[in-house]
Design a binder for this molecule. Sequence first.
Ligand SMILES: C[S@@+](CC[C@H](N)C(=O)[O-])C[C@H]1O[C@@H](n2cnc3c(N)ncnc32)[C@H](O)[C@@H]1O
Length: 308
Amino acid sequence: MDLQLTIRRGAERLAAAGIASCHTDAELLAAHAWGLSRAQLQLQALSGTGAHPADPQQTRFWELIEERARRVPLQHITGFAPFRWLELRVGPGVFVPRPETETVVELALQHLRTLHSEGVRAPRVVDLGTGSGAIAASIALEFPNAEVHAVELSAEAAAWAQLNFQRLPATASKVTLHQCDLRDFPQQWSQDPAGGGSSFDVVVSNPPYIPPHMVPVEQEVRDHDPEIALYGGGPEGLELPAAVVSAAVTVLAPGGRLILEHAEVQAEAVAGLCRAEPALTSVQSHQDLTGRQRATSARVRSTSEPAA
Ligand SMILES: C[S@@+](CC[C@H](N)C(=O)[O-])C[C@H]1O[C@@H](n2cnc3c(N)ncnc32)[C@H](O)[C@@H]1O
């Protein structure tokens, strides 16, 4: 059986297991089994290269296909999740970063570019609930002047974040990980000798926000993303998002910016949480690439600015 046919048969097996992205997944699993990039694999498949049933890669490919058919996330099988310019290491115990969060990073970068044009040379950023480190690592890579901090409560997730920060040259010396509850971070930071009590220019966060009654239907999410990464607490899942707003008010400098991801249906509620804070102004909802209101930003009033 040639490689193209092998991949097609793999995709059919995944389709039968209800996986919508069956062709992409089969191709990526074949690339993983044969130790090739996706482009190299496609080239070999097009050239009609054989894939003998006795090849060890062939056996490995079918093992991977069966694992994926049991709805193990593709990223757990390959061990990597693409996110913006990065390939992050992920696996059990850490949330797999999602494409919509890339928009949240873009919002943070836009603000950092504005600060740069205003003469702020080394802005300080904190990512609350960093998981694999996706947001923090992307900002460190794409805005090298920033001093980036990442906060994570789960020991397992923090270990994945540390692994990513250490293995990526752009982040190794740039991101500081704080393993603590984001609700305790403002106080910890105020006593941190490295911080010297100074404030942040940007707080960015994709916190847990799913309400307790909305258990995800996707098996990959329900069975493999850690619960601590999913459920936001309280009847509407807004306890952790509210804690992020409070923490931001405490650690942001005047003029500092909060950027917070949430579910589309929570846009109004999150804007309400921000408006309820007298220190915050310029509350704005932002759409993701599919036009859904998936993030909110707000600014801390400057000292000369009157409260509304
Ligand atoms: C939705 S995941 C987002 C992870 C990552 N920022 C991303 O976008 O891929 C939320 C993260 O917040 C962490 N978390 C949950 N409760 C927390 C808390 N009280 N303090 C700090 N981190 C928390 C979870 O362990 C998880 O890694």
